[in-house]
Design a binder for this molecule. Sequence first.
Ligand code: ZN
Ligand code: FE
Length: 256
Amino acid sequence: MELTPLPAFNDNYIWMMRVGSRAWVVDPGQAEPVLLALARDGLGLEGILITHHHGDHTGGVSALRQATGAAVHGPAGEDLPEPCLRLHAGDTVEVMGTSFAVMDVPGHTAGHIAFLGQPEQQAPLVFCGDTLFSAGCGRLFEGTAAQMHASLSALAALPDDTRVCCAHEYTLSNLAFAATVEPNNSEITQHTVRCRAWRQEQLPTLPSTLGLEKRINPFLRAHLPSVRAAAMGYDAGTSDNPVSVFSTLRQWKNAF
Ligand code: ZN
Ligand code: FE
């Protein structure tokens, strides 16, 4: 299976999976980038996966379904373009020979899901939408800090070599925040240098890996003393537990 991020809007990625001339996409906020890739490479679109209801993830779904007949799969608990096959946590979707398991990851939206799969002879991968970004996480539009912290903890429990396929190219701005929280974390500094070079070449900084995210992403590091101390420095009302630290980090990032 080949995995390609198709740029959309200013900073979205529509992840395309292909096997031979068959393709699936994840979160097509626009139809055009997908239709161009299909035409350029002579591919047929078989299916669409949706992580959550926001327009920058669903805006292209109806046009793509009409143009290609692709089957649409999305979270059970969200308002989505119909017809859509509805998925619950624990369900699986067969994607060109790879089985993807559905995880509930509420917080950014109430019904947000992620798709976890392991193509043959490859590292696992997760399509996490706007839940986990490289060096950051999604805003809490419909969920609580406790929900988002639990969702990120469930993602962090996946194997370190899991490829993290986020829906936005926010990495450099997230790394600037991460470096403010942890100025002495040299992995953040080193990864910033790598990502700047990639972005100068207009290359994506994704997929990341969970192993890397656990070392650079402050939102996966709320349990560490250095991150807790930084959060308390920003807001003295922060208490000792990781959810409180996470909540302060999220508010700090909103204002950053
Ligand atoms: Zn979103
Ligand atoms: Fe988004």
